[in-house]
Design a protein around this ligand. Structure first.
Ligand SMILES: Nc1ncnc2c1ncn2[C@@H]1O[C@H](COP(=O)(O)OP(=O)(O)OP(=O)(O)O)[C@@H](O)[C@H]1O
Ligand SMILES: [Mg+2]
Length: 220
């Protein structure tokens, strides 16, 4: 019972944003935020009960890099993206399977991923799943959603200047990869220390900055 109420609450929180997104009316309220606690851990907490009830395990890859990562994004909208990806991984992933949230960075890009073990997605549907109301035929009895989560995730990621794609090995795993050009989402010098409430949403182009030595983390 409590689980259902929590689930409905978390879903309605998510769906609150949907009409605005659908009408293309969303404006981002960007501020400098800490991605791991404010977005990723927050989204994982929202799915915690479902994760436990399906005996799934979550691994975070690149945690060291993530711990100190601040980004200039709309944290609420980013939470909508990660909640959708994580709830999909829980719903459509294999019971007892592993969900892997990954992060890596290069000189130019930040890359996030959410992977789950399970049935995966047929190759011909990898881009179609981002269309509104597209849902794959699951096994009978498997949960069904509205078919809006990935459509909205794509809108939000693209508003931030990023891109999202799905990869899968059928029968084994599905992986959703989000890439942001760093130039579009990095706090400018000084912003990290500024009042987080003062940055209103503008899709501003930033002048290119120099440097940024390539940093890579070993992924097992
Ligand atoms: N990790 C995944 N593994 C396998 N199939 C997936 C995965 N994520 C999404 N899908 C498929 O893509 C479809 C669309 O996903 P999407 O998140 O847009 O909608 P939904 O989960 O059905 O509903 P909503 O997110 O609106 O509650 C899903 O119905 C499912 O068939
Ligand atoms: Mg979904």
């Amino acid at each position: 019972m409590e689980r259902n109420i929590n689930y409905i609450l978390s879903m309605s929180e998510k769906y609150l944003h949907y009409p605005k997104l659908d009408a293309g009316k969303i404006t981002l309220s960007r501020r400098t935020c800490e991605i791991l606690p404010e977005v990723i851990e927050h989204a994982l907490e929202g799915e915690q009960k479902q994760i436990l009830s399906r005996s799934m395990k979550v691994n975070i890859i690149g945690q060291k890099l993530l711990t100190r990562l601040t980004m200039f994004v709309d944290p609420e909208m980013m939470w909508v993206v990660f909640s959708n990806l994580i709830s999909n991984a829980v719903r459509y992933g294999r019971e007892g399977g592993v969900i892997q949230v990954g992060f890596k960075k290069t000189a130019e890009e930040y890359e996030f991923s959410v992977l789950n073990e399970g049935e995966g997605i047929p190759a011909e549907m990898l881009s179609a799943v981002f269309q509104k109301f597209v849902r794959l035929d699951g096994k009978s009895g498997s949960p069904r959603g509205a078919g809006l989560g990935l459509f909205n995730a794509k809108e939000i990621v693209e508003l931030h200047g990023g891109s999202i794609r799905a990869e899968s090995e059928q029968g084994k795993w599905a992986n959703f990869v989000i890439t942001f050009p760093r130039i579009r989402v990095e706090p400018e010098a000084g912003e990290a220390a500024a009042d987080p409430g003062t940055h209103e949403a503008e899709e501003t182009e930033r002048p290119a900055r120099e440097g940024g030595a390539e940093e890579k983390e070993k992924v097992p």
